[in-house]
Design a binder for this molecule. Sequence first.
Ligand code: HEC
Ligand code: HEC
Ligand code: HEC
Ligand code: HEC
Length: 229
Amino acid sequence: MKKRLGIISLFVILFIAFITIWNFSYQTGREEAYVPMDGNNAITEIPSEIGVFQRAEFALDYANMPIDENHQRTLKTYYNNRAYHGAPPSIPHPVKEERSMGGNTCLQCHQNGGFAEKFNAYAPVTPHPEMVNCRQCHVPQHTKTLFRGTNFERLQAPQVGVNNALEGSPPVVPHQIQMHENCLSCHAGPSAPKEIRVTHPERINCRQCHVLNNKETTDIGVFKRQSIP
Ligand code: HEC
Ligand code: HEC
Ligand code: HEC
Ligand code: HEC
């Protein structure tokens, strides 16, 4: 009986000790500063501007990355893979599962990029990893020629290297911002086309210096399909 009482009181003491220590640690945890986010005074982010920081955690890695001269992409191949400036590029490589939407299958290479041995190229980083239904917009190319001629004209892509007011001043952003919020995904790292690979990926607040040029879009009038006889 005495022995049993001893064991019970030992557990009671352990239990009380546990509660005391847990309570102490909980209270000290609460002493740290915190921002009460009750919905009324929450900071609202501007959706089109927050994307600028999406890959900021990799900025220093990009700054220190050596340039792999043998596997650089050029703007020419970049444009060749798009029906027009700003259009979703087609998938230039075989895809694993014909019926998959994409998502993780694609993100294993396109989330953070890196060299893909089997395609002998660096995977371009997707500017929009959150749009997981990749194949809604990106489709493999099955033919290089049109089935029949059309009068569709590609919009001319803006030139690079001519967008600054003075030599040495920051060039204006010659493209739209929608779908282009995540600057570092296209402008930094080994998969960035060499003409637009930024020399200063570590200055993460890109739009602080690079302002938009909204004169890019030209009115093409009413688009009319060629009538089919
Ligand atoms: C709503 C349509 C849409 C969805 C969904 C979508 N994309 Fe895109 N994607 C685009 C468009 C449009 C562009 C072209 C942007 C440009 O070049 O102006 C693009 C560009 C890209 C690029 C080229 C980036 C570069 O540097 O060349 C890659 C890679 C890419 N997408 C991968 C993906 C992956 C992977 C997914 C799925 C996780 C995905 N996309 C989902 C529309 C989409
Ligand atoms: C094994 C890694 C890997 C996987 C998985 C993968 N890709 Fe790629 N992807 C690449 C590489 C590497 C390139 C560059 C090819 C080149 O430059 O020849 C590329 C290029 C692309 C491009 C062209 C980008 C541009 O700017 O021209 C698109 C679009 C694309 N992939 C979409 C997808 C989609 C959608 C999926 C999922 C169904 C996918 N990829 C799965 C490695 C991969
Ligand atoms: C989908 C890929 C993509 C994204 C995302 C993107 N860009 Fe670009 N950027 C390009 C391409 C391609 C060009 C070359 C001109 C063109 O085709 O519009 C370019 C050109 C530029 C230029 C002109 C460079 C020169 O030498 O004249 C600047 C500046 C620029 N981008 C800034 C930005 C900023 C800032 C962001 C983020 C808000 C951004 N870009 C996001 C693809 C991208
Ligand atoms: C402190 C201001 C500042 C910030 C922030 C900044 N840039 Fe620049 N950027 C410049 C200047 C100035 C030039 C022109 C450099 C020259 O002509 O030598 C330039 C040039 C460029 C070019 C043309 C190619 C090159 O590197 O010379 C691109 C593309 C570019 N910036 C993209 C970006 C991106 C993407 C970011 C965000 C990661 C960014 N910039 C952040 C000031 C800035």
